[in-house]
Each structure stands twice: as C-alpha cells, then as structure tokens.
Write a protein that binds this ligand. Structure first.
Ligand code: DAH
Length: 343
C-alpha cells in the first residue's frame, strides 16, 4: 500500500510540474484528489485495514494530500502569472516613444489635394453664410434628373451618361442632385453648397475622368438676380486666386436654370493677352451657373412667384488643375504617391 501511495505521489508531482495550462492542473487535481480520485479511493479503504495499517496509511495519505495540494496551487499560480506576463509583454506600448526615436524615417500623411481644396471652398462659403449639405453618391433618377427639369427622353441626358444599378438607380452625374434634396429640408431664404463626388460613363483622357468632384451652390431668396450671382462668384474667385479676377458670362444651356450661363475668367496666365492655356482667346471657361428654373423651385416646394435663386456647379478637379498647372486629370485617382506627395 505504501508503495502504491508513493507511486501516486511521484506521478502526481511530476505531472504537476509538467502541466502547461491551468486546466491541466485542475484536471490533475480531480484525477488524484477528486471524489473518485486515486488518493481518495485509497482513503475510502481505510476502514478495511488493521488499526496499525490504518494510522500509517492514513497519515501518509494526508501528508501526500497536503503536499500535492500545495504543489497544485503553486503551479496554478505560476501558470496564471505566466499568462499575464505574456499578455503584458505582447501588448506593451511605450506611450512615451516619439516618432523621432524609431529607426524608420517618420512620414506624416496629408489630405488629398482635392480634399484640401474642397475644405478651402467650404470655408469661403461658410464665411459668406452658406450651409454645407451632403447627398448620396448613389442617387435616384428622380433627384438626379427628373426634378432638375430633365425628363426621361430629354436630350440633356445624353451628356450625362452614368453607371446604373440593376434596380434603376444610378451613380449621380452631378452635385446638382442635392438641389431639390436641400429644398425639401430647408425653407427659403437659404444659401447652401453641396460638395461631392460625381460619376460619368466616360472614355477617359487627359481632361475626362469617370469619377470627379464638384461643388454645387444655390441661393434662394426674394428678388435674387444675376447681379447676386456675379457678386458671389467674384468674391469666390478673389478668395481662391488671391486677386481680383475679371469674369464674363456667356449663354449656356442647362435645363435646371433659366437663364443659364458659362462663366469665364480672364486668363490668369497671360492676363487676357492670349496664350496656349486660353487658346489665344484671353478667357478660360470656369463654371456653369444660372438662375434656378421655376420648375426646379416648384419641385422643391417653393413658389417661383415669391422666390428666385441662383445656382452654380464648380468643377473641383478643374480648379485644382489650374492652380497647380496639372495637365492630366487622371493623376487625381491614380493613387500614385509621387503625385500626391507634391501637395
Ligand atoms: N450640373 C451641371 C453639370 O454637372 C453643372 C451646373 C450647371 C450646375 C449649371 C448648376 C448650374 O448649378 O446652374 O454639368
């Protein structure tokens, strides 16, 4: 019996030292000291032994039990400490480490030139009392065309072919889609701009992209005329180009404005003398605009006899290209880090 006991002890102590997880330690505890455990079974047979045997085996068993319990507890504590230690060293962060101490040269990223410019324009307009609106890039035909006075078979749709979803929605072709969405939310008088990404089904080349950026603008109040439009456009251009810019309006057709214009600026490169940039004309086409068509106001629940407004659509890519002398629109979405690093 003594031999059996010392075998149990030896094996248990060895297994305890070899246990790699807390679960293994606990299983061992059950296996030896549990209700059906090896040691417990022996203690159960004490009644069948002679008094001498009983006291000897009982004493030894209790000693082993105490020793084993201590060994199991100690191993368990060690393993628990090990787990915490591992976690601590794996998840340790030196919050005091500065970028300069890393071996890699530390490079801070920055906003894309289009975003930089968009925020600049938002600042200019908010300083003039405009709110900034957002609209969905995936639009309904209703907001992108119908309410803008471009019914289904209107030829103006040909100029703005886009990507359609199978359920009849589309990727918006212009930020003008925010016009009526805006009017449904805000009552006149109001001044809003809506910057965002737009899409066209387009063969790409140096001046055409299938994905580009616009800022829509709209002001509606009593007695808004072309004079208001000219004032805000001139202020905008002065802020962007940091100088007084001469402009001219030419007639332009867009179904959602009447009258509609193309706004040209006096060429900033040659000052109007004529150069390759302005194709010797002295003028550069900059942005389309006009007075909001009565039908569009009506679609937005506004009475055109009471209110009028102007609207414009600023091509962001175009302006950034003019500012930095970028010659190919495809650079913007190329993801080429050499291009982006320059801004
Ligand atoms: N949505 C037009 C386009 O992308 C641009 C435009 C023209 C916007 C005239 C306007 C506007 O607000 O009045 O081609």
């Amino acid at each position: 019996m003594k031999d059996t006991l010392s075998k149990i002890r030896e094996t248990a102590i060895a297994s305890c030292a070899a246990a790699k997880t807390v679960d293994e330690v606990e299983n061992l505890r059950v296996q030896v000291l549990g209700r059906k455990g090896e040691l417990t079974q022996i203690l159960r047979t004490l009644g069948t032994m002679t008094p001498e045997e009983r006291s000897e085996v009982g004493k030894l068993s209790n000693e082993i039990k105490t020793e084993l319990e201590a060994a199991l507890d100690a191993r368990k504590a060690d393993l628990e400490r090990e787990v915490i230690g591992k976690k601590l060293s794996a998840e340790w962060i030196d919050v005091t480490l500065s970028g300069a101490q890393t071996t890699e040269p530390f490079e801070r990223g920055h906003l894309h030139p289009i975003s930089q410019f968009q925020y600049e324009i938002e600042d200019i307009f908010t300083s003039m009392g405009f709110d900034v609106l957002d609209g969905p890039e995936a639009e309904t035909e209703h907001y992108n065309f119908e309410v803008l006075n471009i019914p289904k078979h209107h030829p103006a749709r040909d100029m703005q072919d886009t990507f359609w979803t199978e359920d009849g929605n589309l990727l918006r072709t212009h930020t003008s889609a925010i016009q009526v969405r805006g009017m449904e939310k805000i009552k006149p008088p109001f001044r809003v701009i809506g910057p965002g990404r737009v899409f066209r089904y387009e063969a790409t080349d140096a001046s055409h992209e299938n994905t580009f950026y616009q800022v829509e603008g709209m002001m509606v109040d009593k007695n808004i005329s072309v004079a208001n439009l000219i004032y805000f456009m001139k202020t905008l251009l002065r802020e962007i180009f940091k100088r007084e810019v001469k402009i001219r309006l030419r007639p332009g057709f867009f179904p959602f404005v009447e009258p509609g214009f193309e706004l040209d600026i006096n060429c900033l490169i040659c000052g109007g003398e004529g150069c390759p940039v302005c194709k010797q004309s002295g003028w550069v086409e900059l942005l389309p605009c006009g007075l909001v068509h009565p039908n569009v106001l009506r679609s937005g629940g506004i009475n055109p006899d009471e209110y009028s407004g102007f609207a414009f659509g600023l091509g962001l890519n175009r302006l950034v290209m003019m500012r930095y002398g970028i010659t190919d629109i495809r650079h913007f979405l190329s993801g080429d880090i050499r291009f982006l690093k320059q801004f």
